[in-house]
Design a protein. Structure first.
Length: 409
């Protein structure tokens, strides 16, 4: 491989800056989706309220609507039952002095009423209602516009459409929303040693676990990835497969074949046929990760991850997920923090993603227990954990209780 003309062995923060820049330049087009199909997508435009919510004063409880001034301040009150008001039903007559109207939750508050007494605090006596316990003025009434007023900013471009946000849009009568199209993603694992689960292993072979890990991570982030056949350690066949995928997908994710060994063909191929944005970052695990435009391999972006299974996990969470977020214009995810449940000695210079298990501390604070099996091949430790602990560059001691950034998975 010739002398590279792109950043190499860069800091993780610099790699993230490059990913964000390229993602902004390659932002996915938008599309309108029906609410039922928009769940989990990234909103592409702000949503401003046009309707007040509630749009009318209504009852918050089943009971009786009345004028609070008619209630006795010292004891029970007997009111004449004038009629009934059901949710969605015709408007009842106005409530006059000494009267009440039976009302159900969500029903329009009749004229003349300003308070609702709960059914449980009343007793029916013929055509009258005895109020046994007086409510406070205005109690159990939802006022028009108390939740949303016209002109309020309800949702923002970059928001992930959770069920509650979809419901908020539905409450405005919106049948569809403008969202970012999700990137199409092709997944490749590389290496002659890989065998599919269910097939007997030969000498020196291992099962292909990385593909299932990547496919699961992508699906959990809302993608619909396509798994391609394993790439052999043959440069011509690697180039042919990636050229076909590069013409058809937005992002190509590979694992393995990205370091500097004799069978690592991806760096040379992408330098020759594409445009490499960076190769190798000062992070552990996952240093050999490579990011490139496809160039003559097609319009796709290529993010090539190392082959060790924990490196795949770490580089997906640390590099691929931010890239996918950026391509969709997703708002930045929160930086979660937790306290180390036990001390840790960091003995190397690179930024590290250490596996850990989250739990609540005695004081309610979020704690994370580092897993001592920190080798990049030790997938069991990753399976026993649920977060990556981010340890900054440089050697140092981390006493128990130190606050650290975490990436949950």
């Amino acid at each position: 491989m010739s002398q590279p003309d792109f950043p190499t062995r860069i800091a993780y923060t610099e790699a993230c800056t490059i990913l964000q820049r390229v993602a902004a330049e390659r932002r996915m087009p938008t599309q309108r989706l029906a609410l039922s199909r928009a769940h989990g997508h990234v909103l592409a435009e702000d949503v401003v309220a046009t309707l007040a919510i509630p749009s009318f004063d209504n009852a918050a409880m089943d009971g009786f609507a009345l004028g609070h001034a008619d209630l006795s301040a010292s004891g029970e009150t007997l009111l004449r039952l004038r009629g009934e008001q059901f949710a969605g039903g015709p408007l009842a007559s106005a409530v006059s002095q000494g009267e009440c109207v039976r009302i159900t939750t969500g029903a329009v508050l009749p004229d003349g009423a300003d308070t609702v007494v709960m059914k449980e605090n009343t007793r029916i006596e013929g055509e009258s209602v005895r109020v046994l316990q007086a409510p406070k003025p205005g109690q159990h009434v939802r006022r028009a516009g108390e939740d949303v007023r016209p002109g309020d900013a309800l949702l923002h471009a970059g928001d992930v459409l959770t069920p509650s946000r979809i419901a908020l849009a539905a409450s405005q009568g919106l049948p569809e929303l403008q969202v970012a199209r999700r990137p199409t993603v092709a997944v490749f694992a590389t290496g002659d040693e890989l065998v599919e689960p269910g097939i007997p292993l030969g000498h020196g072979q291992i099962y292909n676990s990385n593909r299932e890990q990547l496919m699961g991570l992508l699906r959990a982030d809302g993608m619909e990835p396509v798994a391609w056949p394993t790439l052999p350690d043959d440069p011509a066949r690697v180039e042919s497969a990636l050229r076909h995928a590069g013409e058809a997908f937005d992002l190509i994710l590979t694992c393995g074949g990205v370091s500097a060994g004799e069978k690592d063909h991806l760096p040379e191929l992408l330098q020759r046929r594409g445009k490499v944005h960076f190769w190798k970052t000062r992070m552990k695990p996952g240093m050999p990760a490579l990011f490139a435009d496809g160039g003559t391999l097609g319009p796709a972006l290529f993010l090539c991850l190392p082959g060790n299974p924990v490196s795949v996990l770490a580089t997906y969470l640390a590099l691929a997920r931010p890239l996918l977020d950026g391509l969709q214009g997703r708002a930045p995810r929160p930086a979660w923090r937790a306290r180390l449940a036990s001390p840790w000695h960091k003995a190397h210079e690179r930024l590290e993603f250490l596996r850990g298990r989250l739990s609540p501390g005695d004081d309610g604070a979020l704690m994370v227990e580092p897993n001592p099996a920190d080798g990049s091949h030790r997938m069991r430790a990753a399976a026993d954990s649920d977060a990556l602990i981010v340890l900054d560059e440089g050697t140092r001691e981390y006493p128990a209780g130190t606050a650290v950034t975490i990436l949950a998975y």
